[in-house]
Every structure is written in C-alpha cells, then in structure tokens.
Design a protein around this ligand. Sequence first.
Ligand SMILES: CC(C)(COP(=O)(O)OP(=O)(O)OC[C@H]1O[C@@H](n2cnc3c(N)ncnc32)[C@H](O)[C@@H]1OP(=O)(O)O)[C@@H](O)C(=O)NCCC(=O)NCCS
Length: 173
Amino acid sequence: MHIRTGAPDDLPRIIKLYKEVAKVKGGLARLEHEITEEYVQNFLTKSIASGLILVAIHPDDPESLTGEMHAYKPGLQVFNHVLSDLTIAVHPEFQGRKIGRTLFTIFLEEVARHKPDIGKVELITRESNLKAIKFYQSLGFKIEGRMEMRIKTPQGTYEADIPMGWQNPNFEF
Ligand SMILES: CC(C)(COP(=O)(O)OP(=O)(O)OC[C@H]1O[C@@H](n2cnc3c(N)ncnc32)[C@H](O)[C@@H]1OP(=O)(O)O)[C@@H](O)C(=O)NCCC(=O)NCCS
C-alpha cells in the first residue's frame, strides 16, 4: 500500500474518489452532486497550508486513488491548536482492506511526532455509522457529546451527529 502526502495536482484524483465514495449512502455526509471542484479545492488548499492530507495510491494505476484523509486548522487564532473538518474516504471497492486504518495511523503518528503545536484532532460522525465510531475509538478518539437532530436522512428522519476528539500526547502548550 503506497501512501503519500497530498499535493495541489491531486485535485482531479480526489474529486473522482469522493464522487465514488459519495455514491454509497450512509458514509460521507455529502451527496455525489455536492462533491464540487470548489469543495475539494478548498480543503486541499487548507490542508496543505495548515494541516495534513494523505492519499493512498491505487496499486495498479498511479493516477487513481484508493483513499484520502485530511484535516486542517479552522483559521481563528483561538483554534490554532486544533485540526478540524477531518474527512476520510476509502474507495468502495477497497473498503475493509485496512487502507482507512493505515491512513489514520500514519496521520496521528505524524501529528504526534512532528506537530507539537497541535493539541487536538477532531471529527464528527453520524450516530448510525457505528462501525466508524468503533473504529475511531480504537484509534484513541473519545466521544465528546451528541449533536441532536443534526443529520437529515434520505428517508426524511433525523439522527444525531457525534463529535469525537483525539489529544496529542506530545502537545507543547
Ligand atoms: C470508514 C472508512 C474510512 C474505513 O476505511 P476502511 O479502509 O474501509 O477500513 P479498514 O479496512 O481500515 O478497517 C478499519 C475499521 O473500519 C471499520 N470499517 C470497515 N469497513 C467499513 C465501512 N464500510 N464503513 C464504516 N466502517 C468500516 C471496521 O470496523 C474496521 O475495524 P477493524 O480494523 O477493527 O477491523 C471507509 O469504509 C469509508 O471511506 N467509508 C465511507 C465514507 C465514510 O464513512 N467516511 C467517514 C465519515 S465520518
């Protein structure tokens, strides 16, 4: 499995990957038509500038991605020690093959080893994505609350969003 940091010219590869992942309901909050160039360009630029972005390369095609993960600083000085808006996406055909766990492990190791200014990594996941919640807990994330009725499902019902956080053991505050 080849994983590297993301670069500006990954834009079309990430758009393609996210559109594939968004086709399967219950994972990403964004629907396929909401995966716009503007959305991807925005998180790609911010993650390169103030956070971290990792991409997993397809084993047979270096022009395709099997996974991507990013987070970045929200921008305000009071949040300067936080990496937020974390999103991870693994291509549906490659899910369940440890790409997600490997991306997360490298991401958190990189923060712990080389980003002492980062105290916290945060993410939000829908309450019905139990596999994802268990997965994040196994990586050291803790549930920090419950945002009631935040997600509207395709069936027209509502579910809670669950904020989770991981603290950097090597934070220098
Ligand atoms: C969630 C996701 C990133 C996990 O990546 P993955 O490569 O499929 O997972 P891995 O093979 O590394 O397995 C890691 C854990 O994820 C869980 N998992 C596996 N497939 C999953 C799936 N389709 N959805 C949610 N969790 C899954 C497993 O419980 C596994 O736990 P284990 O390591 O103890 O066995 C990936 O399935 C995905 O992109 N899903 C769709 C988008 C999404 O849900 N993003 C997160 C929104 S907050």
